[in-house]
Design a binder for this molecule. Structure first.
Ligand SMILES: [Zn+2]
Length: 287
């Protein structure tokens, strides 16, 4: 069965409200309850789009009452180093690489702010998808239950936390389970149109986050070893794809072994592999 969650990142009082409300209206139309990543004390200038809305917390609480799930999106959303954490997706972090005590304190500060506003969130959304083992330990200690992240095709449990994998940034049906990660601030018209079209067509595959979480608490999705092995494989594949897309020699190989005839293309690609390996190994580009 294919199951998709939707999450919205970078929810702050000074975000692009027009775009956010467009998404909210779309979700309302289809009765979708997404996850929203609220930054407790945003200090990231790149997320500052307009003047802060005074009724920010009221709006968030109203959405929570509707069934939207609120995740704590870091503390201040400021990257303090170039660590890439356990997933290695991005080389910057607000948490990974810091001491346990520092991480615990930041997470606790964020949690405290949300609590003062009437929100007790048990889901964590790491800025930049970066966290390490100490982050997970601190999250557990602070009572968090789940993390919206992971790079495999099914939810898994790790360090006492439920991981809900999140690898999609464009609307697409997952193999099994995935989360579509949207940043409203940067969305263009074409992306709104594509999303609306996708939801219209695949509403049945989109899970409501509140319902999904309530059910998954009792479900046996504890495939830790399988989950981790698959995650490693997917992350390696992702790295290889990125390397291939950026490497001139690999691009030249693709170009030289291209053919309209699929059988011919396959044959040329396979035959060209030893040559490609040699050129990559000894740094000899194609001429
Ligand atoms: Zn973010």
């Amino acid at each position: 069965m294919q199951q998709l969650l939707i999450r919205l990142d970078d929810i702050t009082p000074d975000m692009d409200w027009e775009k956010f409300e467009r998404l909210a209206a779309l979700f309302e139309q289809y009765q979708i309850h997404p996850v929203i990543g609220v930054v407790p004390d945003n200090r990231d200038e790149t997320l500052h789009i307009q003047e802060p809305r005074a009724d920010f917390w009221e709006r968030i609480l109203a959405l929570k009452d509707k069934g939207w799930v609120i995740a704590q999106h870091g503390f201040q959303h400021v990257y303090v180093n170039r660590k890439s954490g356990l997933l290695g997706v991005n080389p910057f972090s607000e948490f990974a690489g810091l001491s346990y005590q520092e991480q615990y304190q930041k997470l606790r500060n964020g949690q405290e702010i949300l609590r003062q506003k009437g929100i007790s969130s048990t889901m964590f959304m790491a800025p930049g998808h970066t966290f390490d083992r100490k982050t997970l330990k601190a999250l557990r200690k602070l009572g968090f239950m789940s993390v919206t992240d992971g790079y495999c095709s099914r939810p898994y449990r790790r360090a006492g936390l439920l991981f809900l994998p999140c690898t999609l940034s464009e609307p697409r049906l997952p193999k099994r389970f995935d989360t579509l990660c949207l940043h409203a601030n940067g969305m263009e018209q074409a992306q709104f149109d594509a999303l609306a079209e996708f939801i219209g067509r695949h509403r049945k595959r989109i899970e409501n986050a509140d319902v999904y979480l309530a059910e998954s608490e009792h479900s046996a999705c504890a495939y830790l070893p399988i989950g981790l092995v698959e995650e490693r494989k997917n992350l390696l594949l992702r790295k290889a794809k990125r390397f291939a897309a950026q490497n001139e020699t690999v691009q030249a190989y693709f170009h030289r072994t291209d053919s309209e005839n699929p059988a011919e293309k396959r044959k040329m690609r396979v035959c060209g592999l030893p040559g490609l390996a040699f050129r990559l190994l000894f740094r000899r580009p194609y001429r």
